[in-house]
Ligand binder design. Structure first.
Ligand SMILES: Cc1cc2nc3c(=O)[nH]c(=O)nc-3n(C[C@H](O)[C@H](O)[C@H](O)COP(=O)(O)OP(=O)(O)OC[C@H]3O[C@@H](n4cnc5c(N)ncnc54)[C@H](O)[C@@H]3O)c2cc1C
Length: 379
């Protein structure tokens, strides 16, 4: 194999696979490296489902990015003839002044997005599985839905491979990146490669690979659970009965979940997981963790559910829970793509396009200044 490339992508998860797809139209010689064979269940992109929503409680500045992501998911579905996004509607629940409800409302109002504001009685009448407290309200948006993450990654990679200008080097560990006379040397377990530009999209492993510099990232362990709700299963089935949801509880813990897609209901806490690292991640769920989520299902859904299975994933969090899409401060040909903070998947179709533009020296269509590294100066 010729070991010299125009562009290399380190990490072919959500962001790397999408970047590879967009670069496949460029005619450039591209190398895509991964530690495993993607899609896999060792990082942050497994567990079968991810929420996509437009009335974005994390801030109105995410709305144009998710709107572009919807367009690109649709385009990917059409060009692959695969079903990647299932519309289910989405419900943001909690205190009217809380982060989730108030934030969703602000984004919806700023961008004129269609939404319905529901009080707790409306929620129970329309979506009977939920048992909101007397002070809870909901912002419902019809456009929200479910992405199938493993399938999305597979599709991006398959379509990228059709171009013939992408080389895949999987099951290979990148161990070092250094820039010599403007060219990046990539040392891996499969040999040494060179590229004029590198996109580093290594998820929870980012800080292992950054030369001379550490990003303000922490990795959190986040378990996911599937339950069988028993005789009330129909209340959890079908978009008009049970949308995807994020619920800010009275004690500020956040839960999110999905309707039954044939394998029971999936539920998890959003954030709050203990600090970990990819090398030390405990992949089994403890009885205490199971008891905590079961108590939530009892209190907020009035369920006595039967546990079916669990999985453990990693959030890579920045201090402001935003993304980082920027050039390395000293290595001018190294692009950093670390957009997890537990909510990055939905954007991966458009973030891959942004990364490919940066790698090609083009200015991205969307303003990405909110995701610059400079905001962390002094941290
Ligand atoms: C439990 C959970 C639920 C989530 N729910 C949602 C949701 O509902 N909606 C949403 O939008 N987002 C959600 N997210 C966030 C979203 O899934 C992540 O932001 C996104 O998947 C991260 O993608 P990534 O490409 O950064 O990382 P990954 O997909 O993990 O990819 C990183 C890749 O880098 C590779 N790699 C690492 N080190 C090396 C090395 N040394 N050499 C070569 N390759 C390397 C890894 O093997 C991996 O394939 C959730 C995340 C989790 C964990």
């Amino acid at each position: 194999m010729n070991h010299s490339f125009d562009i290399a992508i380190v990490g072919a998860g959500a962001f790397g696979s999408s970047c590879a797809y967009h670069l496949s139209f460029s005619g450039k010689k591209v190398l895509v490296l991964d530690l495993f064979q993607p899609p896999h269940s060792m990082g942050s992109s497994h567990g079968l489902t991810r929420i996509i929503r437009e009335a974005y409680f994390e801030g109105p500045h995410y709305v144009p990015l998710v709107q572009q992501a919807y367009v690109l998911w649709d385009k990917l579905e059409k060009s692959s003839s695969q079903k990647l996004l299932l519309p289910t509607g989405g419900l943001m629940i909690g205190n009217p002044n809380g982060k989730v409800v108030n934030g969703a409302l602000q984004s919806a109002q700023s961008y004129g997005l269609p939404f319905e504001y529901l009080d707790n009685k409306d929620i129970i009448e329309r979506f009977p599985a939920f048992r909101p407290g007397p002070g809870d309200v909901g912002v419902y948006e019809q456009r929200a839905g479910i992405l199938f993450p493993e399938h999305c990654i597979q599709t991006h990679l398959e379509l990228a491979s059709r171009s013939g200008n992408i080389t895949f080097q999987f099951n290979s560990r990148v161990t070092g990146l250094e820039e010599i006379k403007g060219i990046i040397r990539i040392t891996t377990s499969a040999g040494v490669f060179e590229a004029a530009r590198v996109v580093l999209s290594a998820g929870a492993w980012m800080n292992d690979l950054l030369p001379g510099f550490e990003l303000p990232l922490t990795v959190a362990r986040q378990p996911l659970y599937w339950f069988n709700p028993g005789s009330v299963l129909p209340q959890f089935s079908g978009p008009d009965r049970h949308p995807v949801y994020i619920w800010e509880l009275a004690d500020q813990r956040m839960i999110y979940g999905f309707p039954n897609l044939g394998d029971g209901i999936k539920i998890a806490f959003h954030h709050g997981g203990r600090q970990t690292s990819p090398g030390t991640l405990e992949r089994e769920v403890s009885p205490e963790e199971l008891a905590e989520i079961t108590a939530v299902l009892k209190e907020h859904f009035h369920l006595e559910p039967e546990f079916s299975r669990s999985s453990v994933c990693m959030y890579t969090n920045t201090t402001d829970e935003g993304f980082i899409l920027d050039f390395h401060p000293f290595l001018k040909n190294l692009i950093i793509a670390s957009p997890c903070s537990g909510h990055g998947f939905k954007f991966s179709s458009s973030i891959g396009k942004i990364l490919s533009d940066l790698a090609l020296g083009n200015t991205p269509e969307l303003d990405i200044s909110a995701f610059s590294l400079s905001r962390f100066v002094g941290q």
